[in-house]
Design a protein around this ligand. Sequence first.
Ligand SMILES: Cc1cc2nc3c(=O)[nH]c(=O)nc-3n(C[C@H](O)[C@H](O)[C@H](O)COP(=O)(O)O)c2cc1C
Length: 251
Amino acid sequence: MNKWRCSVCGYIHEGAELPEKCPICGVGPEEFTLVIETPAPKQAGKRWKCTVCDYVHSGDTPPDKCPVCGVGSELFVLLLDEVLELTTEAVLAAGLDTANSAVDKISYGLYIVTSVKDNKFNGQCCNTLFQLTSNPLRVSVCLNKNNLTHEYLMDSGVFAVSLLTTDQTEAVRRFGYQSGRTTDKFAGVEYIAGKNGCPILKNCLAYIEASILPKKMVDVGTHTLFVADVTAGRMVANQEALTYSFYRSIK
Ligand SMILES: Cc1cc2nc3c(=O)[nH]c(=O)nc-3n(C[C@H](O)[C@H](O)[C@H](O)COP(=O)(O)O)c2cc1C
């Protein structure tokens, strides 16, 4: 039995042959590589970051199309990973091109933001959840305007966030690499409806429910920044929280 890993979303297919397509993100067999169980040294190569959704692609050239948000290669920037001693010359030579790789080092957690519209549920993976203040308990999330989840938040004015454990990388794939416009992401997923009606993943680390402050929705171009008051929440499991860097290290 072989294991094949999707280079786009990290899905593992087990079988003698390559799959016809990735059941999670839909790419063809050419995007799959055979998993060699003995740890292989990391491949050196260029890294390209999508400026719309932050997806990072490794290869000599950017991909024709972002597998997460669908934009073209022109919206990818090369991450300049070269490290330099900090000198006045290095500071004067730095610009936006070198800033992209610095921004890429910002650390994040990974979460599933969910909402409800016309009695239907949807959700997406999100790394842009921040606690803003403790009193009141206030958070923000930043969502791409093209996402179905964005539409649901706009409509209902409420959302829930399921915080993930390190065992929940499958949820990142399910909610982060496909849109609710083409699939029911909750099919086969165990969840409980929150007090505000939004679904909460049953095996999450912790969750919060939140109510959006309409006057504090900020249009930031491709995305909307939603500022919201936390209305409820609790711890669910005693496990490690999933971070973006951990996810990238095992993807
Ligand atoms: C690790 C990861 C982090 C992501 N973080 C965000 C985010 O903070 N904001 C955002 O708008 N999209 C983010 N995305 C992309 C959305 O999850 C993705 O576009 C999703 O398919 C949207 O689904 P929807 O159309 O059903 O809402 C992220 C994706 C991944 C894989």
